[in-house]
Write a protein that binds this ligand. Structure first.
Ligand code: SF4
Length: 233
């Protein structure tokens, strides 16, 4: 499905203090210096894990993925199972019917493209080809594409989840109505590539730790202290 376009034209100029904000978040959360290992040896694992993460939290996503791997240890086994059997197994991750059907469609498409249930061949493709291929898979949106590119293939991409979208809006870097899939290309333009992975994780930790959706702890936030957040309470 084509991403929904916002009605307002994008302001594409780089906001001031992007580097300073990333520096402060790095000082606070430290994921640039010590980048977390979020990737999988088999990028298809990362793709399915991200598919399971839709509309649920990390705990339920991981429960669903662990149950899937326990029931069907290989992607061949998953692909030969029925949608109903997969649905039963991944129920902890929610939206089990939709996710099981999508999973089978994706596995079929991957097998057709590469002759195997593996996305390792994407390592041979350039960044744009890898991105376009992932985006062509059924039910896979911009965030999932970016997660697989960044975490599993080590390619430049800045996934935008709910925490990152909220943070960008509070910083007034983007309009309130701008959807995540339109924030992503802006961050990819504004942020230096080498800061993508650590910066992405820093903002998520900030969104979980201080800049929460409800009752953000602005009094504890160094961005308030430095007068860098226009939404500070
Ligand atoms: S000052 Fe408040 S709203 Fe702004 S980034 Fe910090 S926690 Fe979020």
């Amino acid at each position: 499905m084509a991403p929904k376009k916002s009605e307002k034209p994008l302001n594409r100029s780089r906001p001031p203090y992007v580097d300073t904000v990333f520096d402060i978040l790095e000082e606070l959360w430290g994921n640039e210096k010590e980048e977390p290992r979020l990737g999988h040896e088999e990028p298809l694992d990362g793709l399915v894990l991200t598919l399971l993460s839709q509309n649920t939290n990390d705990r339920n996503r991981d429960k669903g993925f662990a149950a899937l791997k326990a029931a069907f240890p290989t992607w061949e086994r998953t692909a030969s199972a029925s949608a109903e059997a997969i649905e039963d197994v991944i129920r902890p991750a929610g939206l089990a019917k939709t996710k099981s059907e999508r999973m089978l469609q994706i596995l079929g498409a991957v097998r057709e493209a590469f002759g195997d249930y593996s996305l390792k061949a994407l390592a041979e493709k350039d960044d744009a080809e890898a991105r376009n291929y992932l985006a062509s898979l059924p039910g896979i949106g911009a965030k999932t594409v970016a997660c697989v590119l960044l975490f599993d293939l080590g390619r430049p991409a800045f996934p935008v989840d709910t925490h990152i979208a909220r943070f960008c809006r509070r910083m007034k870097w983007v309009e309130e109505s701008l959807p995540p899939e339109e924030i992503q290309p802006l961050l990819e333009e504004w942020v230096p590539v080498e800061r993508y992975l650590g910066g992405h994780v820093n903002i998520i930790e900030h969104g979980r730790g201080l800049c929460r959706a409800r009752n953000p702890e602005c009094a504890q936030c160094p961005l308030k202290r430095e007068n860098l957040c226009p939404s500070a309470q």
